[in-house]
Design a protein around this ligand. Sequence first.
Ligand code: ARG
Length: 565
Amino acid sequence: MIETIKQQIKQTLEAYYLTQYHLEIGIIVEEPKNPELGDISVPMFSVVKALRKPMPDIVKEAIQVLKTLDSVEDIQNVGAFINLKLLKTKLAEDVLKKVLLEEETYGSSTIGNGKRVTLDYSAPNIAKSFSVGHLRSTMIGNSINLILKKCGYETFSINYLGDWGTQFGKMIVAYKKWGNLEVIQKNPIQELTNLYVRFHEEAKENPSLDDEAREAFRKMELQDPEYLELWRWIREESLKESTQIYDLLGVTFDSYNGEAFYNDKMEGVVEELEYKGLLREDQGAQIVDLGEDVPPALIKRSDGGSLYITRDLAAVFYRKKEYQFDKILYVVGNEQKLHFTQLKRLITKMGYDFADQIEHVNFGLYLTNGKKMSTRSGRVVKLYDVLMKAIGLAYDLIDAKNPQLKDKEQTAKAVGIAAIVFGDLKNYRGLDAEFDIEQSVKFEGQTGPYLQYTGVRIASIIREKEIHLNQMDIEVFQKPHYFDLIKQIASFKTTLERSASEYAPSILAKYLLGLAQSFNKFYSIEKINAEEEALRNANFAIAKATRIVLNEGLRLLGISYVEEM
Ligand code: ARG
C-alpha cells in the first residue's frame, strides 16, 4: 500500500519536472521516523539544486502537483520537506480486503519471473557427523529457496553431498584396520564416527596412515570395485543421519548429486584447462595461477588425485548446462570465502563470462558462550540430539501451560524446531551468532515460539467467527495502533523482495517480530471481540490478516504454524 503510493508520488513529481523543465530529477520518498510528521515525506533538496530556485517556490509548486493525488488527505511543509498524510481509511480497507481474499498467496511477487536460480546448500560431509555449520546452511538455504519461489523465481535446490574425497579413504583404512561389521550395523552413525575419530588420533602418532588414506581414495577414483562397494555402504549409512535431520526440519531437495557424481566429469575440465594453457606443474602437482591477489588453485595432486575445487569446477559447468541458471547460490560458511573467489577466477580465466552469476551466500559461526559450537572430535554434540533437546524443552513448557492440549507431541515438535530455526534466522547470516537453546524456546522475547504463540492467540479469537468485510468501521483504521499494524501488513511483499534480493531471511524474521509486537500492542489496547458489529468486523479483519501474514512468513522461514499451544 504505502509502497505503491510512494511510487506514485515519485513518478508524479518526476514526470512533472520532466515535462515542465525537461529535467530528470531523482525524487526520494521516505517514511518519517516520527509519525506525527505524516506518513510520507519528500525532501526537496535535489529539486532545489536542479532548478536553482528558492526553496519556498519549489515547495509551493510541488504541493500543487501533489494535491492532485486522491490518496492524499493532507499536505504540510516543514523546511525542505513536504510531509503528506494519507487517506488512511480507504487504504486500510483495501489492504485488509486484499489479504483476506488472497490468503496465503498474499505477498507473492513477480520480481523473479523468468529467472532461474540454482541453490547449493546443506552439503554435509557424510563420513563425518552432521555439523552445526551444515545445519545453518540447511536452514538458511531452505528459507532462501522458499522466499525466492514466493518472489517468482524458478529454483533448483541441490544437496551437494560431501561424499567423495580423502575422508572416505580414511574411513576405509580405519574400517579395514579396526572395524567390525556387526558392531557397526547395530549403530552405524556412532560407530563410523568412532572409527573416524580413532583414525585421527592414531594418525597423530603415525602419519603414514594419512598416506594410506590417500592411497585408498586414489583407488576409489580409479574405480576399484572392493573400495567402491565399501564407499557405497558407508555413504548409505552416513546419509541416514542427515535424512533424520531433514525429516525433522521438513527440508527436501531437488537433487542429491554430491561430489562423487562429478568423478567422471572432472577429466574434461582438466583437459580444457590444459588445452587453454592454464595448468602449470608445481612439485608434481597441477595448479592454475589466479593472479597476484589470489593464491593458485590446486587442481590435481601429485598422485593424480582430484581436489575439492576440481569437483566444484566440474559441478558448476554441469549445472550451468543442466539448469541454465541466471544465478547460482552457494550457502556456505565464511571460511570458504577464498574457495569461491578461486572458483570464480578460474571460470573467468577459462574465458567464460558467468562468474558474476556465482554468489557465495556466506554465513558465520554459532557460538555458545563466545566459543565455537562444534560437533568435532570425541565428545560429539550430535545435532539430532540438539534438536531433540529443543523439542523436549518445548514439550515441558507446553505441558506446564496447557496440560489438556491434544497432540502435545506434535506441537512440541513444531515449537522446538521453530526455536532452533528462528534462533538462527533472526541473525544476519554473515555474522557469528550467539546461540542459546533455552532462550530460543521461550514463548516470549525474540523467538520462533513467540511468533507461533501470537498466531495461536489470534486463532483462538477469530475461530469460527464470521467477518463481514463490507461492514467494517473503517474510521478506526486512522488510530495509530490500527494503522501501524496495517502498514506493516501492507509491507509484507516489499519485505520479501528485500529478503530475496539480499538472500537474507533475517530481514523477514525481523519483520515478523515487528508484526507480532504491533499486534500484541493492538491486542493490549483493543477488545477485539467488540460489542459493536462494525467495529468487531474491523477488528476481526485486522486480526485475521495478521495471522495470515504471520503464518505465511513463518512458512517461508521453514517453520510450521500451530493451531494451539
Ligand atoms: N561439503 C562441503 C563442506 O562441508 C560444503 C560444500 C559446499 N558446496 C560446494 N559446492 N562447495 O565443507
